[in-house]
Every structure is written in C-alpha cells, then in structure tokens.
Design a binder for this molecule. Structure first.
Ligand SMILES: Cc1cc2nc3c(=O)[nH]c(=O)nc-3n(C[C@H](O)[C@H](O)[C@H](O)COP(=O)(O)OP(=O)(O)OC[C@H]3O[C@@H](n4cnc5c(N)ncnc54)[C@H](O)[C@@H]3O)c2cc1C
Length: 439
C-alpha cells in the first residue's frame, strides 16, 4: 500500500534553529531487517522506541522519521508538558471525575518518563518546574479563569490566584490583570529535548531521519516496509506517525488536520530585559483557549503561539506562516510595545491531529501492527505516555495506562470532509475574533 508523502515544513522552528547547525541526517540507504520498526519520531514514536529498547535489550529496534527529529510538530510545540490536559475551562470538565483522574494518571506517567531521561540519561532540555500561568487580559478571560478555578476545586487540584501586580511583575507586561497558577506542568525546550534524547537512546536503537515510509505490505509474521532508498523487514511495526497513520490503511478519513503557529525572537539583551521588566523564564497559557500562549525562555527569547487553521491535505504553505506571523506581530505589540520593534527571528507552523469525537488511536491494529496517534492538541506528556504504553503492550505487559488508553473512544469519521473543513474554518475564525485582546 502506497503512503501519502509527508509535507516538509516551509520554515524551520525557532527552537530547532536555536540548537545551531545539526549534523547531516543519515537516511536509510540499504535493505535491513529488525525486530521492531517504529515509524515517526515525535513524542509518541521516540518514547516508544526508547521503551522497546529498554525492555527488550537483545532486540533490534529501528526508528524512522520522514524529516528531522526535533524539527517536527513535536519539536515545534510550545514545550508545556501538561499534567491535566483536559480543558478545565469546559463547563463539563469537573463532572468527569473518573476521566480527570485517568487523564492525570496517563500524563503524569508521561512526565515521569521524560524526567527519567533528563535525570537518568542526562538529556538537557532546559527543564523547568515553574508550572503554568493561565492569564486573563479581558473580562471574558477572567470569567474563564473563574470557571476553571471552580472545576479545579471540584477535582481537588491545587492552584493559586495572582492579581494584577504579581502577573505584571512576572511577565513584565501590563497586558494581563489576573492569573491562575497551577503547578505540575513542566516547561522544556522541545527540540533540544528530542535531539538530545535521540542521541541518548539505548544502543539497540538505530535512527534514520529523512526516511519516510512510502509503501508497506502487511503480512502474517512479517511487515515489509519501503523507504525511498532502502527496505525494512520487521516482525512488529509500530505506527506513531500522527495524521499520516490514517494514510496507512487504518482509521481512514478520521483526522481533522489543524495547524497552529508560533514565532520567536532572538535572545534579548540585558538592557532589553530590563526595559521590558523580564527577570526569569515563565509560561503563560491564555485564559481563553483561542488566545495567545507565551513563554520567556531560558535563553532569553520571547516565544508566542496563536492562530489555528484548517490544513487541507495536512499541508501549510509559506503564505499561511506569513499570515500567522502578522497576527503574532500584533500580539507582541500588545504585550511588549517597548520591544516589539525587534520583531521575530523565526515563525513556523505545526500539524495537530484531532477527531470529531475526541477519539484517539492506541493499540493493536493488525497482526504484528500497533499504532498510537491523535494528540487532540496536547501531545507532550500525553504522547510520551502513549508511546511508552504502546511499547509495553507490544511486549505483552500490562499497566493501568494501557487499560485506560485501550478504553478510550477511537476516532470516528464525523461529517464529510468538505463540511468539516467549512465548519473548522468558520469556528476558528469566529473564536479567534471572540478571544479579542486575549490573542
Ligand atoms: C506551535 C505548537 C505548539 C504546541 N504546544 C504544545 C504544548 O505546549 N504542549 C503540548 O502538549 N502539545 C503542544 N502542541 C501539540 C504537540 O506538538 C503534538 O500534540 C505532538 O507533537 C504530537 O506528537 P506525535 O508524536 O503524536 O506526532 P508528531 O509530533 O506529529 O510526530 C509524528 C512524526 O511522524 C513522522 N511521520 C509521519 N509520516 C511518516 C512516514 N510516512 N514515514 C516516516 N515518518 C513519518 C513525522 O515526520 C513526525 O516527525 C503544540 C503544537 C504546535 C504545532
């Protein structure tokens, strides 16, 4: 079966560029065989490969990615490893006590697994336990925070209110007037983590970047996989390739492809930091879900993310990035008028995969074939846990996370594609407009 080719992004992410020049990719250029082949080096795939190699040290594990690990959606994200990835601003959030407990369990396992790479294998990623500040710039935003506080009370999760002075002091910006801090979320430099983890993978993992899976023959006992310059025969195939999993013969036409975009400045000088009142790294999540995510990074850059847009065929173009960039310029001016003239060094987009019903792929898909996909927008902690659990499942292990993930709804087809596209385009425009000064 032929697999749709993966779009290479029109621009590099600022996180990846900040790492400096990377050694050239080593694509597969020969025919090989292995025990386990993992396709996709995002949060799911890289942790799946790591776990397989840890649990089966005698086995050969191969990890392939169509592009560069760290410059994919995983490395392009905002770097919040979120413990409670449900949307607590949703009025029904607190009612689902069991769902919340399960979500927390899965995400905490993901965070712990990332932590073990940082502490155990020395994977440098600017690890920061600062938590996240849900910050409001409008009356509606403050109402969203009130709803969120009520939900956190019901589920017994810790939080703390910050009034105007404190959030202004933290961000150096007068844009926000109220915030709610929740501990438990980790901030990291996503590209740095992924690139360093790739180097620290156990010896029985071989990584081939710029090696897309272009054709596959599923069989009993052996899967035959083709890449542009070499073939791979494997006993077990683990598909962790996000939206493209739906092009591999499983869950076709279920992925709603949405892009979101980010921009990043160059490192600020001491003088600019003083001018802007910036003292230490922070991570701000908008009170309104269509608002702007902000970070001030360990290497003194301002990072900003907003805009969601439908990405037909899983593709985004340079002009899409430019359109998002112009919205980012406005958001920068709103928050740091005294700095905005420095502009951004990098702007980029990344693909999110969602389903109509919030469903996710996890588990065995066919004889010798496993899969994990559909982050529904938050994939750092959750994706790590999915990848780890998938490896454990393929090796016949049992765990609470495996049971939870197996019980989750699978993605469904929803409406015909053209209706979904119209609906997503209309909704994202309306909600961006409604978010107003939160953007
Ligand atoms: C700007 C932005 C900000 C975000 N911020 C956050 C955040 O702060 N916190 C959070 O939790 N989430 C965030 N996300 C979402 C997060 O990035 C995704 O949920 C996450 O990357 C999904 O992980 P994944 O492993 O499922 O897929 P991906 O990261 O998309 O990885 C899939 C990999 O599969 C590869 N692939 C696909 N097809 C093939 C093929 N045929 N052959 C070989 N390889 C293939 C791709 O190249 C890719 O590397 C953000 C996303 C963006 C774009």
């Amino acid at each position: 079966m032929k697999i749709q080719s993966v779009q290479m992004e029109p621009t590099d992410s600022g996180w990846y560029a900040a790492l400096g020049k990377q050694p050239a990719a080593k694509p597969l250029k020969t025919d090989i065989a292995c025990d386990y082949l993992v396709v996709g080096g995002g949060w799911m795939g890289i942790h799946c490969a790591r776990r397989l190699a840890e649990l089966a040290p005698q086995a050969s594990v191969v990890l392939i990615d169509a592009g560069r690990i760290g410059n994919n959606a995983a490395g392009r994200c905002a770097g919040f490893a979120i413990d409670l990835a449900h949307n607590p601003r949703n009025p029904h959030f607190a009612e689902d006590l069991r769902g919340n407990a399960e979500e927390l369990h899965v995400n905490s396992e993901g965070i712990d697994y990332i932590r073990s790479a940082v502490e155990g294998a020395g994977v440098d990623c600017d690890w920061d336990e600062g938590g996240k500040y849900h910050s409001a710039a409008t009356k509606r935003g403050r109402q969203c925070l009130d709803e969120m506080a009520r939900a956190l009370d019901v589920i017994g999760k810790e939080y703390r209110w910050l009034e105007r002075d404190e959030i202004c002091q933290l961000t150096g910006s007068e844009h926000y007037f109220s915030a709610l801090h929740t501990p438990g979320t980790i901030l990291l430099q996503p590209a740095k983590y992924l690139v360093n983890l790739m180097k620290a993978l156990p010896e029985n993992v071989q990584v081939y970047e710029k090696t897309p899976l272009v054709d596959v023959e599923y069989g009993r006992g052996e899967q035959f996989c083709q890449t542009p310059q070499g073939t791979i025969r494997t006993s077990q195939l683990l598909l962790c390739n996000a939206a493209y999993l739906t092009k591999c013969g499983f869950f076709p036409n279920t992925a709603i492809p949405v892009y979101t975009y980010a921009s990043m400045t160059r490192p600020l000088t001491e003088e600019e930091m003083q001018q802007a009142g910036l003292h230490r790294p922070y991570g701000v999540i908008p009170a309104e879900s269509f608002g702007t995510t902000m970070r001030f990074t360990h290497d003194r850059r301002l990072f900003l993310r907003n805009v969601y847009s439908y990405a037909r065929g899983f593709r985004s173009t340079r002009s899409d990035v430019e359109a998002a960039h112009s919205k980012h310029v406005i958001a920068f001016e709103r928050r740091y008028p005294q700095l905005a003239q420095i502009g951004y060094e990098h702007s980029w987009g990344g693909l999110l995969v969602m389903a109509h019903n919030g469903g996710m792929v996890f588990g065995q898909l066919a004889d010798g074939v496993y899969g994990a996909a559909f982050c529904n927008g938050t994939g750092v902690a959750r994706g790590t846990a999915f990848g780890k659990a998938l490896a454990e499942m393929a090796l016949g292990q049992q765990s609470r996370s495996i049971d939870i993930l197996k019980g989750r709804p699978k993605p469904d087809r929803g409406y015909p594609a053209f209706l979904t596209e119209m609906g997503v385009r209309a909704t994202t425009r309306y909600r961006f407009w409604r978010a107003g000064l939160e953007t």
